[in-house]
Structures are given as structure tokens and as C-alpha cells.
Ligand binder design. Structure first.
Ligand code: FAD
Length: 446
């Protein structure tokens, strides 16, 4: 899962050959800058873009693989609202209504930020659909989905609407498991790798220096500066942003140890479906879709008629675990869409999403060194949130000249601060496997 020299064998890589490649030369020799960013995905590149565009700082991005090697280049391309697994209802109980509303206002703003960046920077990524469609796959699931969607609408003020099964079938698609659904706006589908490359190229145009194939292998402090070392060079920086999300290099700094639970998310993509095949499941939407299960599946029709189907849940990335993840995923797709059982799968790949004990995203500074900022923990929903979080970190760092501990008033309290460590971090994968098995079991009885 951590072979930085190998691109994921994804549909996105296959449909981006040569497109919009940023220069991103590897770091070579000894250099210095104001801000060094570790990680060249949406978080790091959005931070770099905003630091350069809005504050004219001297910024370097160090990325271990090629630009978009991580989750940003291999995700499902849902630019949608979420990024937490705490649950909106619990969020209101724990943080209060105003905080929860401000969190979701940030989520809506984040979808708008991505849309604006694509338009303003001329990024070559088609946008598909205008909503995220959730389907219930059991009668009990529909009751829960309805309650949740009504809560989103009534309490949080989100644009959420419930549809009974017949109405859902009329507007979106059908499945023998479909028991009704809900529609949440704003959302759209994009091409994640073209988007991340476009963001990198935009950051470079604004003055950021981006270095691909430049894994940070050591991090030290000298004369008040951070020294980040790669195989072929070093950067001396006044401040650092950690933007590595599910691929966190825990060995680099003790503060990072044990904070994240990387969980596998896998995707398959079929050959293009013809009109008759689409009609078999009454497919008539470009909107990205999910199931309402806690171990959700996500799926969408791609611009060339291929069907993409993904799911979270794997905790083992070795060859046997990988194979099991795909077998389970394809079986699930066939349960939902049995009339596509014989359709060939052309692509399959996987990556890591980032779960934390906080169960909401985390943005902040290291407590023992406030010149280090971080943003991570998007719980599988980072297209909008990582882009937005990169901007939040950039605004905070650039306006906080003395690195004081006070976060900007505009940063929702729910995202502030570092998540607690997992107890016995070396057992994290075992917890994850146990938790997944329990959820799978409980959903069998749903
Ligand atoms: C299969 C899959 C499907 C997903 N689907 C969706 C979706 O549809 N919608 C959605 O919103 N979100 C989705 N996500 C989640 C989303 O992709 C992530 O939340 C988001 O990309 C995180 O961006 P990031 O920049 O923080 O992290 P990443 O894009 O993971 O970037 C972190 C980077 O840090 C680099 N790095 C690590 N260590 C070092 C080091 N020592 N030196 C230098 N660089 C280093 C890595 O190489 C990596 O490229 C999905 C994720 C996966 C894996």
C-alpha cells in the first residue's frame, strides 16, 4: 500500500495519460523556504495554492510519489458533504447546534470552493450531477435514512429531500434492494486525478515549488528551522504543514504516532454500459450515489458510460486481503445490480482513507511546536474537505505570524485540534478488522 514509485492501476490514471502534468521536479540539493508542506494531495496543494495566491509566501511541497499518488488521485470523485463518522445527531448533542451548523456550512462552502477552483483555474475535470443520492436497501434502512434526511433539512438547514421507492425509481435508478432514498445537495462528481493535477499546476502558476518523488525521510530542528531531508536534498523551513492524511509517515515525528487508522477503500470500474444495459436498471442519472449502510458502498456512472462501484471496509492490504476485498465488493455490486452480473470489470484499485478517534476532521498545530500545522482525518470524504482544510490551514498560518495558539474565529470548533491516540497503536488493524466484522454481521440482519 505504500509503494510510492507505483501508480494505482486506476481508471483515472488510464484516462489522464499526459494530461495537465505539473512540472514537479524532485527536490535536489539544499534549499530553503518559508513553508514546507509534506504531502502533495488536495490538502497540501490547496494549502500551497492559497499561501502563494493570497499571501505570496515562499512555499515548497514535498510529495513521496507522483502528484496525486495518494488518495487524491485514486478516489471515487464524489465532491460531497460529510467527512465525519460521528453522525450529525451526535454532533449536535456533543458540540451544540451552532457548532454543528457551522461545521456543515463549512462543508457546503467546501463543495463550492472545489467548483470555483475548477472553473477559475480552468481545470480539465468534467463535473457530473448536482446531488448525492442515498438509497436505503432495507425497510428499516429507509426509516433511518428518512429520519436522518429530515434532521439534516430541519435542524441543520441542509438541502436534503426524501423520496419514496416509486419516486426514487422514476428519477434515478432501480435495484431489487431499493426501498426509497434521499437526495442531498450540493454534490457533484469529478475526475479526481485531473483535479489534483490541475490544482498542482495552478499552485505552480501562483509560485509554489512542487517536488514529486521526494519522500521526506527525516525531520529535525536546527537553529530554529525545520530540516526536512529527502533522498536527494534538504529543505530548511520556518514552518511546516503536515498534509499526509491516511498515508501518515508516523516515524517522522513522535506527535504523529498512533493518531490515524488507515482503512482500505476499493473501487472497480466496468466496461462501458450500452443503452439497453442502463435501461435494465432504469439508470437515468449522473449524480453520484451511495447506500445508507454504515459500511457504505458508493457508485456512479462515468462520462464514458462505465459504472464505478466502491466500498470501504478492508483492513488488510496484502495480496490475499486485497483479493478478498475485490471479491466482496463485486458480489455486493451484483446484489444491488444483478442485471449487470455479466458485465466485465476493466479496472480495480484501492487506497487508504483516514479514520480517527475524533471522528471529525482535524486541523491544528502541534502542541509542542506551534510552527507545525496539520490537517487530516476526512473519514473517506476529502475531495471537498481536504481542499477546504488546506485553505483553512493556509489562512491560519499566514495570518498567525507568531504562531500563537489561537485558531481563527472562522474555523469551526468541531475540526479544531489533534485527535487522541489509539490505545496500543500496533493493534489498530486488529480493532479495525473486528469492527468491520461486527458491522458486516449487524448489516446482514438489517
Ligand atoms: C479508494 C478511495 C475512494 C475515495 N472516494 C472518495 C470520494 O468519492 N469522495 C471524497 O470526498 N473522498 C474520497 N476519498 C477520500 C479522499 O480521497 C481523501 O480524503 C483525500 O484525497 C485526502 O487528501 P490529502 O491530500 O489529505 O491526502 P492524500 O491525497 O492521501 O495525500 C497525502 C500524500 O502524502 C504523501 N506522503 C506520505 N508520506 C510522505 C512523506 N514522508 N514525504 C512526502 N510525502 C508523503 C503521500 O504520498 C500522499 O500522496 C476516497 C479515498 C480512497 C482511498
Amino acid at each position: 500500500m505504500y509503494r510510492f514509485d507505483q501508480p494505482a492501476p486506476s481508471y483515472w490514471e488510464a484516462t489522464s495519460v499526459g494530461a495537465g502534468l505539473p512540472a514537479a521536479e524532485p527536490l535536489c540539493g539544499d534549499e530553503q523556504c518559508d513553508v514546507a508542506i509534506i504531502g502533495g494531495g488536495y490538502t497540501g496543494l490547496s494549502a500551497a495554492y492559497h499561501l502563494c495566491r493570497d499571501y505570496q509566501l515562499d512555499v515548497r511541497v514535498l510529495e513521496a510519489g507522483h502528484i496525486g499518488w495518494g488518495a487524491s488521485g485514486r478516489n471515487g470523485g464524489f465532491c460531497s458533504i460529510g467527512a465525519e463518522v460521528l453522525g450529525a445527531e451526535k454532533m449536535v448533542d456533543k458540540f451544540g447546534l451552532d457548532c454543528a451548523r457551522s461545521y456543515y456550512a463549512g462543508q457546503v462552502e467546501a463543495v463550492g470552493l472545489v467548483r470555483d477552483l475548477i472553473i477559475d483555474e480552468g481545470i480539465d475535470s468534467p463535473r457530473q450531477g448536482d446531488a448525492e443520492v442515498a438509497i436505503a436497501v432495507s425497510a428499516r434502512g429507509f426509516v433511518q435514512l428518512k429520519k436522518h434526511a429530515e434532521f439534516q433539512f430541519r435542524v441543520l438547514g441542509l438541502d436534503s429531500q426524501v423520496l419514496e421507492a416509486a419516486e426514487f425509481r422514476e428519477h434515478f435508478f432501480d435495484s431489487p434492494l431499493q426501498q426509497g432514498g434521499a437526495v442531498l445537495k450540493p454534490t457533484f462528481g469529478l475526475h479526481p486525478l485531473r483535479y489534483v493535477r490541475g490544482l498542482a499546476a495552478a499552485a505552480e502558476r501562483r509560485g509554489a515549488r512542487i517536488h514529486a518523488h521526494s519522500e521526506v525521510v527525516a525531520w529535525s530542528r536546527q537553529d530554529g528551522r525545520h530540516i526536512l531531508t529527502t533522498k536527494a536534498g534538504t529543505i530548511r523551513a520556518a514552518r511546516v504543514i503536515v498534509a499526509t492524511n491516511g498515508f501518515a509517515p508516523e516515524h517522522l515525528h513522535r506527535v504523529l504516532r498512533g493518531r490515524v487508522l488507515p482503512m482500505i477503500s476499493s473501487i472497480v470500474v466496468t466496461r462501458p454500459l450500452n443503452t439497453d444495459e442502463l435501461a435494465a436498471h432504469r439508470w437515468r442519472t449522473e449524480c453520484p450515489a451511495i447506500t445508507s449502510l454504515s459500511l457504505l458502498n458508493y457508485f456512479r456512472l462515468l462520462p464514458d458510460g462505465r459504472f464505478m462501484f466502491g466500498g470501504r471496509g478492508g483492513a488488510s492490504g496484502d495480496a490475499a486481503g486485497t483479493e478478498r476485498n475485490y471479491v466482496r465488493l463485486i458480489a455486493r455490486m451484483h446484489e444491488l445490480f444483478p442485471l449487470w452480473r455479466d458485465v466485465r470489470i476493466d479496472y480495480r484499485w484501492q487506497g487508504l482513507v483516514c479514520m480517527t478517534r475524533k471522528r471529525t476532521p482535524s486541523i491544528g498545530q502541534f502542541e509542542n511546536d506551534r510552527s507545525v500545522y496539520f490537517a487530516f482525518g476526512y473519514h473517506g470524504n476529502g475531495v471537498n474537505t481536504a481542499t477546504w482544510s488546506g485553505k483553512q490551514v493556509a489562512d491560519w498560518l499566514a495570518t498567525n505570524k507568531l504562531d500563537s495558539a489561537v485558531p481563527p474565529a472562522s474555523l469551526p470548533a468541531i475540526v479544531q485540534g489533534m485527535p487522541a491516540r489509539f490505545p496500543l497503536p500496533s493493534l489498530r488493524l486488529a480493532y479495525a478488522q473486528g469492527a468491520i466484522a461486527l458491522r458486516q454481521l449487524s448489516e446482514m440482519f438489517d
